[in-house]
Design a binder for this molecule. Structure first.
Ligand SMILES: O=C(O)CCC(=O)C(=O)O
Ligand SMILES: [Fe+2]
Length: 313
């Protein structure tokens, strides 16, 4: 019976998606839908238990406290070389393409899903997908059981040196979700202000009254943007063909948002709770940023998914 239900097309699409950040109509959100969703996720998060072994407690505490943590010299030098060789083999013969296929792009990117790789990828999978310690860190940070391995992507970002327009929608400060969600970034290059080092507003992953007020105000603007209803244009930023609502200055101030750029050496793993506000840094130079992204977003499941889906268990 469960299998039958889970195979109906609408349910199947539902079950394959993680919970969306925003849903509902303008009116639904005016009535407080997003406040209800955010509060309900928070209460569920608070009552979930978790186990915290000694080897991960320092790192998980840093994620709890700041929303972001680093592990420097993550791999042994020989392991790093193996990962780098595998990464380079995966990109061999592949050209960078304009990010989001933008014709007049400044930023170029090639992204390869680890799952697409046929002959290379086992070392990367071992260290970043099947890494028990990382999976336990993510599990403790969001207080959920790891039900399957995380999605891993190999990314190569690089900007063109000409004066083309900024086409990076991800360099606008945003949160990924209204509840705790973990992404990890492992860098194969040193990253700083010149090549898009990750930017995070420490502490902004906490649910506060001001965050709830922001969620309310932002959700109404999101519903409007989705419907094409005009709203405050000053609060919308454009990148190529894409638009993104920005945090209103009023709530940005109320939430004490301060951006920190996480400049780190290669072989560092950055762990972030992307309920907190973050963005990709700019690329004023043409230095590449090669990274491996580990995404645990799938852990935040829509309501009822666990009951209906076999693989969700
Ligand atoms: O690539 C980055 O530094 C962060 C991009 C981002 O916003 C994300 O992955 O959620
Ligand atoms: Fe993001």
């Amino acid at each position: 019976m469960h299998n039958f239900l889970a195979n109906l097309p609408i349910l199947r699409a539902y079950l394959h998606n993680s919970v969306p950040y925003h849903v509902g109509s303008i009116w639904g959100n005016r009535l407080g839908l997003q406040v209800l969703r955010t509060t309900s996720q928070y209460l569920q998060f608070k009552v979930r238990s978790r186990s915290l072994a000694n080897d991960i407690s320092k790192c998980v505490s840093a994620v709890d406290e700041d929303g972001v943590a680093l592990i420097e010299n993550f791999l042994e030098p020989s392991q790093f070389e193996k990962v780098r060789a595998e990464f380079e083999a995966a990109f061999k013969g592949i050209e960078l393409s304009p990010y989001k296929n933008d014709v007049n792009a400044k930023l170029f990117r090639t992204q390869i899903a680890l799952s697409e790789l046929k002959h290379v990828g086992s070392t990367i999978s071992k260290h970043f997908q099947q890494n028990d310690m990382l999976n336990r860190i993510a599990s403790a940070a969001v207080r959920r059981k790891i039900s399957r391995l995380p999605d891993v992507h190999l990314d190569w970002y690089q900007s063109s040196s000409d004066g083309a327009a900024d086409n990076d929608i991800e360099n606008i400060l945003h949160a990924d979700l209204h509840t705790a969600t973990v992404k990890m970034f492992f860098y194969l290059d040193n990253v700083n202000e010149s090549n898009g080092a990750f930017i995070y507003a420490k502490g902004s992953h906490q649910l506060t009254l001001n965050r709830l007020r922001h969620e309310y105000e932002f959700s109404v603007r999101q519903a409007k943007l989705k419907k094409g209803v005009p709203s405050d244009k000053a609060l919308v930023e454009v990148r190529g063909k894409e638009f993104r609502n920005t945090i209103s200055p009023k709530y940005r101030q109320a939430m004490n948002i301060e951006e920190t750029q996480i400049c780190v050496n290669r072989n560092t793993l950055v762990i972030a709770n992307n309920m907190g506000f973050h963005r990709r840094g700019e690329f004023p130079s043409n230095r590449p940023r090669r990274s491996i992204q580990i995404n645990y977003r799938y852990l935040e499941e829509p309501f009822g998914k666990r009951l209906l889906s076999r693989s969700g268990r």
